[in-house]
Design a protein around this ligand. Structure first.
Ligand SMILES: Cc1ncc(C[n+]2csc(CCOP(=O)(O)OP(=O)(O)O)c2C)c(N)n1
Length: 670
């Protein structure tokens, strides 16, 4: 039996000897590498916090004390030490352990988020509440990376924590010098100067040896100089930043020395006010492939089992005809940005600590001076883009769709209100899958619909990324957004005609009536072609339209809708307030009384699973959608029964999957 198999909870850790802790750390690293390379997930960050997490659980008493892992991607070791080793092999699989802390999994998990820089605010709130409730024996512990510490929220929290002098709050900065890439910014430079510079200790050593060796005056002089240590510290060390704020500072310590880390944490726990423990760690520690990986120290690795990391784009969801190409949406975008950069010297790019994942690495290689990495600071990124635009450039802010939520107000007020030419590209828009609820990019389609003057494009395939990106960057009187999903682009879907600014992808086959006008946003337009083929087999005539721009909705939709018996809209976004609702509103406004059905994601926090599994469960596959539409047409066919026996709505199989009603809703124009 391994030591790890004997750990059923943090208490079991406390009985282990220092030697045993070393063995346990090695066992944990083996399990991390073996499991995560199979399941996919965050490898480098977790390898880097093995000793730190062991020390945390030996010093503090979770769940009485509250451990909060910022972002939560580095909580695998915590899971292994809190009784979840037996389930660890199910990590990130549908129905298995989450890749982040999960309140349903364990009483030791508190914050499920995976949006960065929140831990200090949660901890501040908890510490204040425990104080007010008289629960003085609890300590709040926030573990935050140097990357997450670049986020504005962390600094808002520090500003408040600093004056909460008697809050029992320990901030552990896990400083590995990296986010995905080396962490950028003034704070990062400060921290790294502490990491690499021995100046402070050297000066103290020098003083000690030279001054104490001077006879008679030696010792008193050393004492006096030692008393001036604080001054020296101020001069030589940036920890003054925290101490002057009023937050006690301990460190820097070697976060891979379990004993030293434990000692520092015990000191912090006993202090009784806000303390910051600065632990230096190495991302990927103990696994050469990770430590030496230049791009991101294997921050997140694809799995070999199943297909969670090789998830397809929306075009192939549920078995549509398109065969996935090998290139990701991000790569196609990255190449086009290089071409755009050559034509447009005024175009600059901004990333919030995610240069490679959002596809900007080629642009950076081509134009190193035209990329700004702002750290995990989406709000700053967007308002800085406003500034760049005001000064005559055309910035392109590239973020994951879910992280744009952070910068909604900045986009609304700082960019749109000022009608500034800023383009935002949203990667991983729609269902993303294994990273769970907070990573699904299912919100932007709704929140962006309310922004005056904003134009939003959704390319259906690789060629349309280039086309729509260029159209977006050509807009000079207001902001634009271009969104695409996670994974690989699918086969190209050529237009067979135009309808205003939109592409017609399919028309009813000869002999079929114009039954359904089917609009698909982004890759869902290709899914709609497959749906139309299935419906055509049942004698239902479908016109498929790719709107290309999902905001504003082209008014030509209204005229086309009048020619059909039913309008249906499919989107990979929450249903509330998205493209479907915008189409329904347009039809109401134009007094079009053709019924509208909108298909999208139920407005829920979705559990982790693969993209395909989630789309399947949401009914967003050609098979399910075709079935629903067949039923809907049948209901509108005079003389046909609900399950259609004769007429255009005829189908052999009309059973609706149980999960469908939550993700679709019929809207009759008012
Ligand atoms: C608001 C927000 N933006 C971007 C991300 C994506 N992201 C996840 S982890 C990470 C890097 C975190 O770096 P750090 O906090 O230093 O932790 P490490 O992985 O180095 O341990 C980023 C940018 C996020 N989770 N939240």
């Amino acid at each position: 039996m391994t030591l790890l198999e004997r750990i059923n909870g943090p208490r079991d850790l406390k009985e282990l000897s220092q030697e045993q802790l070393g063995v346990l750390a090695a066992e944990i690293r083996d399990v991390l590498v073996e499991t995560v390379t199979r399941t996919s997930g965050h490898l480098g960050p977790n390898l880097g916090v093995v000793e730190l997490t062991i020390a945390l659980h030996r010093v503090f008493e979770s769940p009485k004390d509250k451990l909060i892992f910022d972002t939560g991607h580095q909580s695998y070791v915590h899971k292994l030490l809190t009784g979840r080793y037996p389930q660890f092999h199910t990590l990130r699989q549908s129905g298995g352990l989450s890749g982040y802390p999960s309140r349903t999994e364990s009483e030791h998990d508190l914050v499920e988020n995976s949006h960065a820089s929140t831990s200090l605010s949660y901890a501040d709130g908890m510490a204040k509440a425990y104080k007010l409730r008289g629960e003085y024996d609890r300590t709040g512990v926030a573990v935050i990376g140097d990357g997450a510490l670049t986020g504005g929220m962390a600094w808002e929290a520090l500003n408040n924590i600093a004056v909460a002098r008697d809050s029992r709050l320990v901030i552990v900065v896990n400083d590995n010098g990296r986010s995905y890439q080396p962490t950028i910014g003034g704070l990062a430079s400060h921290l790294s100067s502490m990491r690499v510079s021995q100046r402070y200790e050297q000066v103290l050593d020098l003083i000690k040896t030279t001054v104490t060796s001077t006879p008679i005056v030696g010792s008193p002089l050393f004492g006096a100089l030692h008393g001036a240590k604080k001054g020296l510290k101020d001069f030589l060390q940036p920890q003054v930043l925290f101490e002057d704020l009023g937050i006690k500072y301990i460190g820097p310590i070697d976060g891979h020395d379990e004993q030293m880390t434990e000692h520092a944490l015990r000191q912090a726990a006993e202090y009784g006010g806000p303390v910051l423990v600065h632990a230096i760690t190495r991302k990927g520690f103990g696994y050469a492939l990770a430590e030496e990986n230049e791009e991101d120290c294997l921050h997140q690795v694809p799995g070999t089992a199943g297909k969670p990391a090789a998830s397809t784009g929306g075009t192939t969801a549920g078995g549509a005809a398109a065969k996935p190409a090998k290139r990701s949406w991000s790569e196609v975008y990255g190449d086009e940005m290089v071409a755009v950069g050559a034509r447009r010297p005024d175009v600059v790019a901004i990333t919030a600590a995610m240069l490679h994942p959002v596809g900007l690495a080629p642009f950076k290689a081509a134009y190193p001076d035209r990329v700004y990495d702002v750290g995990i600071a989406e709000q700053h990124a967007v308002t800085m883009a406003a500034g760049l635009a005001m000064a005559g450039l055309h910035p392109v802010v590239s973020v994951y769709a879910t992280f744009l939520n952070r910068a909604f107000d900045q986009l609304l007020m700082d960019v749109a209100l000022h009608k500034l030419p800023v383009t935002v590209t949203l990667d991983r828009a729609g269902v993303t899958g294994p990273d769970g609820a907070s990573h699904n990019g299912m919100w932007d389609g709704s929140i962006l619909q309310v922004v005056p003057g904003l134009r939003v494009a959704a390319p259906r395939d690789g060629s349309r990324i280039a086309e729509l990106l260029n159209e977006a960057i050509a807009v000079s009187d207001g902001p634009t957004v271009v969104r695409w999903p996670k994974g690989n682009v699918g086969a190209e879907a050529d237009a067979v005609g135009k309808l205003g600014s939109m592409d017609i992808l399919a028309t009813p086959a000869d002999g079929n009536a114009t039954d359904v006008l089917l609009l698909g946003a982004g890759p869902m337009a290709v899914t709609c072609v497959e749906i139309a083929r299935r419906l055509g087999d049942h004698g239902i005539g479908v016109t498929v339209v790719d709107p290309r721009w999902v905001k504003p909705v082209d008014p030509a939709v209204a005229g086309e809708a009048r020619k059909h018996r039913l309008v249906a809209v499919v989107e990979d976004n929450g249903r509330a307030g998205g493209f479907g609702d915008a189409v329904a509103r347009l039809l109401r406004d134009h007094d079009v009384d053709v019924p509208v059905k909108t298909f999208g994601l139920a407005q829920e926090f979705l559990n982790h699973g693969t993209r395909d599994e989630i789309l399947e469960a949401a009914g967003l596959t050609p098979q399910h959608l075709a079935r629903q539409l067949t039923e809907a047409v049948a209901r509108r066919t005079p003389g046909a029964t609900e399950h259609g026996t004769g007429g255009p709505g005829t189908t052999r199989d009309t059973q609706t999957p149980a999960s469908r009603p939550s993700s679709t809703q019929e809207r009759l124009p008012e």
